[in-house]
Design a binder for this molecule. Sequence first.
Ligand SMILES: Cc1cc2nc3c(=O)[nH]c(=O)nc-3n(C[C@H](O)[C@H](O)[C@H](O)COP(=O)(O)OP(=O)(O)OC[C@H]3O[C@@H](n4cnc5c(N)ncnc54)[C@H](O)[C@@H]3O)c2cc1C
Length: 388
Amino acid sequence: MKDQTSDDELQAIRESVTKLCADFPGEYWRELDRARGYPTDFVKALTAAGYLGCLIPEQYGGSGLGIREAATILETVHRSGGNGAACHAQMYIMGALLRHGSEEQKQAYLPGIADGSLRLQAFGVTEPTSGTDTSRIRTTAVKDGDQYVINGQKVWTSRAEHSDLMLLLARTAPRDAGKKPHDGMSIFLVDMRETLGNGLEIKPIRAMLNHNTTEVFFDDMRIPADSLIGEEGKGFRYILDGMNAERILIAHECIGDARWFIEKSSAYAKERVVFDRPIGQNQGIQFPIAQCYAETEAAALMSAKAADLFDAGEPCGAEANMAKLLAADASWHAADTCMQTYGGFAFAEEYDIERKFRETRLYRTAPISANLILSYIAEHVLGMPRSF
Ligand SMILES: Cc1cc2nc3c(=O)[nH]c(=O)nc-3n(C[C@H](O)[C@H](O)[C@H](O)COP(=O)(O)OP(=O)(O)OC[C@H]3O[C@@H](n4cnc5c(N)ncnc54)[C@H](O)[C@@H]3O)c2cc1C
């Protein structure tokens, strides 16, 4: 359990991240967007500043900060016009290793992840045929002596080409062998430096945003048996643990995006003169922006509440889910309002609005779509019958 972070501490993080981000202005992100390139220099700078290892305890070389600080780092990156998606997973994927790995595994990997010499940015869960129903994944891991043999396919495995390690979810027992459909799945820390070209193939997916996402194919890929994290068959439970952290961090990225859009919209509404008056003098322009501001501030309160609960070691499933839902809706609404406020100019690449509009849309769908969050709230918070 961690003490609640003071506002002064958070403000200091905001100021230093804003300063770092000033070296990576709009044209940096625009160039990468065009080329679908990876922001290597930005990721190096964040790593060198110790931000990506912030959730790793000090004994393993990290700075041992809480989710509130991590969320503030990512929110500030997004508020500055950048995109933390290139590396946000380096912050939270290691949670499964930290909570469920052996001491030997933690000693072997966490210090490298903390100092950035090892990239753990790839999380292989989603498959083409299973969709959101993770219990139906088909990738299998079969024990053979002191190895596991992996066969199957993942899709939307982001950053796999820019990562050394992948946290992989695979079936070690059939779906109907356990008491529950999610039993029988296990997680593995795969060293892709060893397996790429040796049973592992990665194919980039050209997507509507620059997210370095890929399809990954496993064809008799052999990995050492000690790549297994925790016990066989409990993998799904282990990754569920980490999902609250992921949702809280992504909610804060959305808050950062929303605030960036609102700032842009209100500034432009004040300066753009049409029919001899600033467009922001028209209620048709100012009310939508004010509405977005109110929605964003409400989502920010829920996101901060979820983060504080998480850091205090309290249950926060409902709050983390609501934070992600409200923040993704707020950023999407703010993005659309910004497009409308800028009129035709919103479509020009040089203003970064169309890029951020594409980027922020992702979070209504991934890492969990809005409907699935609503069904979680309906079932687990409100006690209504399970709908699927
Ligand atoms: C750019 C990008 C990056 C991603 N990165 C990763 C990654 O790094 N690792 C990874 O594992 N995955 C990743 N994903 C996958 C992402 O988590 C999934 O796309 C997302 O969870 C939705 O799953 P799906 O695409 O299979 O949709 P489906 O499960 O096919 O669902 C399609 C639609 O139907 C709705 N739906 C389905 N079932 C129900 C129901 N019972 N009730 C109501 N509505 C329902 C969903 O909400 C959704 O709107 C990424 C996706 C994208 C687009």
